[in-house]
Design a protein around this ligand. Structure first.
Ligand code: ZN
Length: 350
C-alpha cells in the first residue's frame, strides 16, 4: 500500500483506503469558523476532505486566540476576516486541497447558494455547524431537511458541550428535538459565561467523528446519539435519538421551512454582539470600497483594510462603521437597530 500523508488515518480499520478515497471526493460546508469551526476545519483539512467551504462573517479579535486554533496575533492586529485567515493557515497545513472562504452573514438569502444548490454548483455532502447562534441552526436545519443534506450540530459554553447529528428522512431533525429556538438573550453565551478551549475542542472533535461517519456512508444506517458532556463535572452522556422523529414536526413532518422562508425584512438589522448592529442591504449589492472611502473621509476618520473599510464618524461621535464589499455594515457604538439603519441611510445611502 502507498504511504502518503493520510497513511495513519487510512490505516484505521473503519476508514481504510476506500474510506479515504470517499473523503477525498466529499464536499463540506462549514458555517462559523470560531472555537468549534477552527478545530473542525483543521481536522478535516489535515485528514484530506475533498473540498471545504468556510462561511463566517466575523473578524479575528484578540479574545478569539484563547481557543480559535487557526488564528494568531497578526490576524487579530490586522482584523482579518476569520474565513480568510482560516484559509491562509489551512493552505499552509495542506496545500493540496481547495478551500473556499466566504466572508458573509449566513442567512435565508444565501444559505442555499452556500450549500452549492444554485449557480450550477455541485451540492455539498454535509453541513457542519460551527456557529454560536441558535437562529442559524434552525436555518441550517431547514435547508438540510428540504434538500436532504445531513448536518452536525455542536454547541459549547462554559464547561459544557452538546453534539447531535441530523440525518434527514431517517432520524429526528433539530425541531423534533427542540421545536423552537430559545428566546433571544435567554441562554448563556461564550461572551457572557466564557468557554474552555479544551471543551470546545472536544465538541468539535466529536462533530468531526460524526462528519467522517457521514462521509464514509456509515451514519445513514442508524441513529446517532446526542452527546451531552461536562468534562469538568466528570459527566459524558449519550442520549439515544431512536424514535425521536415526530410526525407533527413542523420541519421534517409538515415540510414547513419557516426559517428558510423568513421575511427578509427581519434580516436587515440585528444586534450583533455588544454595542453593535449589523445592517444588511435588502437587495444584493456590490460596493466599491474606494468610492465609499472617499465619501466617508468627508465625515470621519477612515481606515482601509484589504477586505473592508472602517470609519469613525466625527458626528455623531462615538459611532463607528465597518463596511464590507457585499454591502453589509456593522454600526458600532449602539444597540438601537432603527438608529443604526438611519445612520447607514445617512452616510452610506444603504
Ligand atoms: Zn423534525
Amino acid at each position: 500500500m502507498k504511504v502518503d500523508r493520510y497513511h495513519r488515518q487510512s490505516r484505521v480499520a473503519v476508514i481504510g483506503q476506500a474510506g479515504q478515497n470517499r473523503l477525498a471526493a466529499s464536499r463540506v460546508l462549514l458555517i462559523g469558523c470560531g472555537a468549534l469551526g477552527t478545530v473542525i476545519a483543521e481536522q478535516l483539512v489535515r485528514g484530506g476532505v475533498g473540498w471545504l467551504r468556510i462561511a463566517d462573517r466575523d473578524l479575528v479579535e484578540l479574545t478569539n486566540l484563547q481557543r480559535q486554533v487557526l488564528f494568531d496575533e497578526a490576524d487579530a492586529a490586522e482584523s482579518i476576516p476569520k474565513a480568510i485567515a482560516a484559509k491562509r493557515r489551512l493552505s499552509v497545513i495542506n496545500s493540496t486541497l481547495p478551500i473556499d472562504p466566504q466572508v458573509l452573514d449566513v442567512n435565508a438569502t444565501n444559505i442555499e447558494m452556500l450549500c452549492g444548490l444554485t449557480d450550477r454548483q455541485t451540492p455539498v455532502d454535509l453541513i457542519l455547524d460551527g456557529t454560536d447562534n441558535a437562529a442559524i441552526r434552525y436555518l441550517i436545519n431547514d435547508v438540510s431537511v428540504k434538500h436532504g443534506i445531513p448536518w452536525v450540530y455542536g454547541a459549547c459554553v462554559g464547561t459544557e458541550g452538546r453534539v447531535a447529528a441530523v440525518v434527514p428522512g431517517v432520524g429526528p431533525c433539530l425541531r423534533c428535538l427542540f421545536e423552537a429556538p430559545p428566546p433571544a438573550g435567554s441562554l448563556a453565551t461564550c461572551d457572557t459565561a466564557g468557554v474552555l478551549a479544551s471543551v470546545a475542542a472536544m465538541v468539535a472533535s466529536m462533530q468531526v467523528v460524526y462528519a467522517l461517519k457521514f462521509l464514509m456512508g456509515e451514519a445513514k444506517k442508524g441513529h446517532l446519539p446526542l452527546w451531552s458532556l461536562d468534562p469538568w463535572a466528570g459527566r459524558i452522556r449519550a442520549v439515544s435519538t431512536e424514535g425521536g422523529r415526530r410526525e407533527d414536526c413542523p420541519c421534517c413532518g409538515k415540510k414547513q421551512f419557516e426559517f428558510l422562508e423568513a421575511n427578509q425584512i427581519d434580516l436587515m438589522a440585528r444586534l450583533c454582539g455588544r454595542q453593535s448592529v449589523q445592517i444588511l442591504p435588502a437587495k444584493k449589492v456590490t460596493l466599491n470600497l474606494m468610492d465609499v472611502g472617499q465619501q466617508l473621509e468627508l465625515v470621519g476618520k477612515v481606515e482601509r483594510k484589504p477586505y473592508f473599510l472602517r470609519c469613525q464618524l466625527t458626528d455623531p461621535a462615538g459611532i463607528g462603521l465597518t463596511v464590507f464589499p457585499d454591502g453589509r455594515v456593522l454600526v458600532h457604538g449602539m444597540e438601537d437597530t432603527a438608529r443604526a439603519k438611519s445612520i447607514c441611510a445617512r452616510f452610506l445611502a444603504i
